[in-house]
Design a protein around this ligand. Structure first.
Ligand SMILES: Nc1ncnc2c1ncn2[C@@H]1O[C@H](COP(=O)(O)OP(=O)(O)O)[C@@H](O)[C@H]1O
Ligand SMILES: [Mg+2]
Length: 292
C-alpha cells in the first residue's frame, strides 16, 4: 500500500473550534524584502483535540500559533474561532473572545514580583467582572488542577521550571478558555520534568476538555501527547495525520520519524506484555510444582 496521506483529513461531523482559511502572513525584513512566514494555510482543529504543530526552526510555527489568537493579524484569510471570524471583530469584541484562547510560552512569562496567586488572578482582574471571592476561588481551583495549591503564596523565583510552567498553565486556564495555545512549553525543561508537564496537559485535556494546540520541535512530545499532528515547512502545511494512525507513506522526514517513534513504542509495549505473560506462566509453573 502506498496511499498518500490526504493533506486535509476527512470531514468531521462537528464544527471545528478553530478554522484557519487560507491565512497568510508576511514580514518586511530590515533589507526591505518581503518574507512569507505563513503561506495560504488552511487548517481545522476540533474541540477536545490535542493538536501538535511541528517543523524546523523558522518554519512559521509560532507565527501560526499567534495568528490563532490574532496576536499576529493575517495579511489575508480568515481566523474562525468558535464560529466567529476574529479578523472582523472590534477591539473590545476581540478582547472578550481572547478569553476563550489561553496561551503559554517557552519562558513561562510570569510576573516576577507577584505571588503565584496574583499571577493566576491576573487575567481575571483585568477583565473586571469578578468579585474578589470569585477570583480567590477560581485561583485555588486552577492551582489544584495543576497540583500546585501548596505554592499559592510563593513567588516565581522560588519555583522550579516545571512548577513555573504549571503556574502559567493555571493562569491561562483561569478565564475558562476553550483552547490552550502552547508555544514550545517544554523546551526549557529537562526530560523528566517534560514528561510530568505532558502528563499534566493530558490530564487537563481529559478533566476539563480544553482543546490543546502545541507547537514543539521535540518529536517525543508529539508522540506522547498529541492526537493530531500538522507538519510545517517554510510557512506551508505539508501534511497532517492522526498520531496513532497506521504508518503510511509520509511526505516529510518528520512525519516518518513520528511513525518510527509510534511503532517503537507499540513494539516495546508488545514485548513488555509478552515478558509479563512469560513471567506469569513461569510463576504458575513453579507454583504447580511446589504444590503438586
Ligand atoms: N516580527 C517579525 N519580523 C520579521 N520576521 C519575522 C518576525 N516574526 C517571525 N519572523 C520570521 O518568520 C519566520 C518564522 O518565524 P517563527 O514563526 O517564529 O518560526 P518558528 O516558530 O517555526 O521557529 C522566521 O524566519 C522568522 O525570522
Ligand atoms: Mg517558535
Amino acid at each position: 500500500m502506498t496511499a498518500v496521506t490526504p493533506l486535509h483529513p476527512p470531514a468531521h461531523n462537528a464544527v471545528p473550534v478553530i478554522r484557519l482559511e487560507s491565512v497568510q502572513k508576511s514580514f518586511t525584513l530590515p533589507n526591505g524584502e518581503r518574507f512569507d512566514a505563513v503561506r495560504s494555510l488552511s487548517l481545522d482543529i476540533h474541540a477536545g483535540d490535542i493538536f501538535g504543530l511541528i517543523g524546523k526552526s523558522g518554519a512559521g510555527k509560532s507565527t501560526l500559533l499567534r495568528l490563532i489568537n490574532l496576536l499576529e493579524r493575517p495579511d489575508a484569510g480568515r481566523v474562525i474561532v468558535g464560529g466567529r471570524d476574529l479578523t472582523t471583530l472590534s477591539r473590545s469584541e476581540l478582547r472578550d473572545t481572547r478569553q476563550s484562547l489561553g496561551m503559554i510560552f517557552q519562558q513561562f512569562n510570569l510576573i516576577q514580583n507577584a505571588t503565584v496567586a496574583d499571577n493566576v488572578a491576573f487575567p481575571l482582574k483585568i477583565h473586571g467582572h469578578h468579585t474578589r471571592a470569585e477570583i480567590q476561588e477560581r485561583v485555588r481551583e486552577c492551582l489544584r488542577l495543576v497540583g500546585l495549591e501548596a505554592k499559592i503564596d510563593t513567588y516565581p523565583a522560588q519555583l522550579s521550571g516545571g512548577q513555573k510552567q504549571r503556574v502559567a498553565i493555571a493562569r491561562a486556564l483561569a478565564p475558562r478558555p476553550k483552547v490552550l495555545l502552547c508555544d514550545e512549553p517544554t523546551s526549557a525543561l529537562d526530560s523528566e520534568t517534560t514528561q510530568e508537564l505532558l502528563a499534566t496537559l493530558r490530564d487537563i485535556n481529559q478533566k476539563i476538555g480544553v482543546t490543546i494546540v502545541i507547537v514543539t520541535h521535540e518529536l517525543p512530545v508529539v508522540e506522547l501527547l498529541c492526537r493530531q499532528v500538522a507538519i510545517l515547512e517554510q510557512g506551508e502545511l505539508i501534511e497532517q495525520f492522526a498520531v496513532d494512525a497506521p504508518p503510511a507513506q509520509r511526505r516529510t522526514a518528520l512525519g516518518r520519524e513520528i511513525d518510527t517513534l509510534v511503532r517503537r513504542r507499540e513494539r516495546d509495549a508488545r514485548e513488555d506484555a509478552a515478558a509479563a505473560a512469560g513471567y506469569a506462566a513461569r510463576a504458575n509453573g513453579t507454583q504447580g510444582v511446589a504444590y503438586a
